[in-house]
Design a protein around this ligand. Structure first.
Ligand code: NAD
Ligand code: UPG
Length: 432
């Protein structure tokens, strides 16, 4: 099948590459000329484990190419994916300008019947809007389908190739058959495709992300309570996670959820609800709790230094919003950097993949280090922001030697509390 993917970011590049891997001819389109040039010259533009191998193979076998020209990109495409940004607007709602711009552009240049697929996360009613925008100038028939994406960064290729489920919202039999064919290689591995109407598919995506964000937030509140009551959140997590009705996953307490999806999608669902006169109370609480949770360790560090962080140097391990990605969108580390700088502290940071992205945003306000131990040089304390595996079994002796005070504030609960005590550290973690 010939496919076009419009928008070649995290979702677009993974979608395009994976569909090329299952035998389709894919053209990825992006307006970012530099990005397209890089991709054309064989450079993967995001850090995503497992992607490079598929990317190189499918370029070599001529199933995957890149262009900035929309008309050229969609030529003969049976399916056109929109994997465009839907960032939060000023009022918190999803900003549809990128989607609707491309929909407007598509109308006059469609030459054959095509299925236009909303892959981006978009509010209920967007498929209708996209349909209307294309129809305004279209000369041929087309369908608009909602096919939200559930991949997680860091394991995106695996999530895409072996999804728990594929959700497809369409009431067109023709579009349904084409989408069924396209996803057949993934379905054959036993993963269900769930067909529904467009609006239900659109809401499914927001419901999934909001539910997961709520689950994490609930555990963060349990963790905060554990600290006051003297209980251990890791024990409570194990105790409840073994109940299959609750499940083991997404129960890890920490310094709040970040990333490009949960924060914006929870906000957008709350706003969509408000727009139709419904006060989605849980979501408002989830957002409130998450805001304070991100900088929860600041209370402890301020307490330790008697509210005086002026001139103190703090080492930060981890900047990405989660391991195995270079993505720093809404990363808790950024909020802690702001809070530390505001309190007059200096920051020495290390992350295995996200340093360049942080440098673009924070510039030379902090010091970037070659590795985790260099970040400790002359530091008064260590704060852990991301659970990269390399931080899990460090040389504690070396940490102690390098730090001016044996103080570790761990936002990801990487170490055993008893072991840290034995090693002579003052150790703050979350909910233990
Ligand atoms: N990142 C994720 O893990 C993830 C997972 C599931 C769903 N989503 C959703 O998918 C959508 C895309 O997210 P992303 O993280 O891939 O975004 P991204 O910012 O990484 O990529 C979007 C790309 O679209 C390009 N673009 C913008 N306007 C364009 C135009 N007119 N024509 C062609 N290209 C254009 C940008 O240059 C950029 O490369 C969002 O709605 C997001 O919520 C993201
Ligand atoms: O038990 C947990 C699990 C996650 N997190 C945090 O939650 C955030 C999001 O993590 P994760 O869901 O793994 O990453 P994303 O790549 O943002 O993926 C989410 O957002 C995507 C974009 O919509 C969806 O496609 C995915 O299904 C959904 O999991 C991160 O800050 C994590 O640190 C926790 O604090 N505790």
């Amino acid at each position: 099948m010939k496919i076009a993917v419009i928008g070649t970011g995290y979702v677009g590049l993974v979608t395009g590459t994976c569909f090329a891997e299952t035998g389709n001819h894919v053209t990825c389109v992006d307006i970012d000329e530099k990005k397209v040039q890089k991709l054309q010259s064989g450079v993967v533009t995001i850090y995503e484990p497992g992607l490079e191998v598929l990317f190189e193979r499918n370029i070599r076998q001529k199933r995957l190419d890149f262009t900035t020209n929309l008309k050229e990109g969609i030529k003969d495409a049976e399916v056109i994916f929109l994997a465009l940004p839907t960032p939060p607007g000023e009022d918190g709602s999803a900003d549809l300008q990128y989607i609707l711009k491309v929909a407007n552009d598509l109308g006059p240049i469609l030459e054959n019947y095509a299925v236009v697929v909303d892959k981006s996360t978009v509010p209920v009613g967007t498929a209708e809007k996209v349909h209307a925008a294309i129809a305004a100038n279209a000369k041929v028939e087309f369908d608009v389908v909602s096919n939200p994406e559930f991949l997680r960064e860091g394991v995106a290729v695996d999530d895409f190739m072996k999804p728990d489920r594929v959700v497809i919202g369409t009431r067109s039999d023709k579009a349904k058959k084409i989408m069924e064919n396209l996803y057949a290689p993934l379905v054959r591995q036993g993963n269900p495709v769930i067909f529904m109407d467009e609006k239900s598919a659109e809401l499914t995506k927001y419901a999934a992300n909001s539910f997961l964000a709520t689950k994490i937030t609930f555990m963060n509140e349990i963790a905060n309570l554990c600290e006051l009551l003297g209980a251990d959140v890791d024990m409570v997590r194990k105790g409840i996670g073994t109940d299959t009705r609750i499940g083991k996953r997404f129960l890890f307490a920490g310094i709040g959820y970040g990333g490009s999806c949960f924060p914006k999608d929870v906000q957008a669902l709350a706003k969509s609800s408000k727009d139709v006169g419904y006060n989605f109370k849980i979501l408002n609480s989830v957002m409130d709790v998450n805001t304070t949770q991100k900088t929860r360790l600041m209370d402890h560090i301020k307490g330790y230094f008697k509210n005086d962080l002026k001139g103190k140097t703090i080492a930060l391990w981890g900047l990405a919003f989660k391991p195995y990605t270079d993505d720093i969108r809404e990363a808790p580390a950024l909020y802690n950097i702001d809070a530390l700088l505001e309190a007059g502290a200096k920051v020495r940071a290390y992350d295995p993949e996200a340093m360049e992205n942080v440098q673009d945003v924070v510039g030379d306000k902090i010091t970037y280090c070659e590795d985790e131990y260099e970040a400790l040089e002359g530091a008064d304390a260590l704060m852990i922001m991301t659970e990269w595996p390399v931080f899990r079994t460090p040389e504690f002796k070396l940490i102690k030697e390098k730090l001016k005070n044996p103080l570790i504030l761990d936002g990801r609960n990487l170490y055993e509390v008893d072991q840290m005590k034995e090693l002579g550290f003052t150790y703050f973690s979350i909910g233990r």
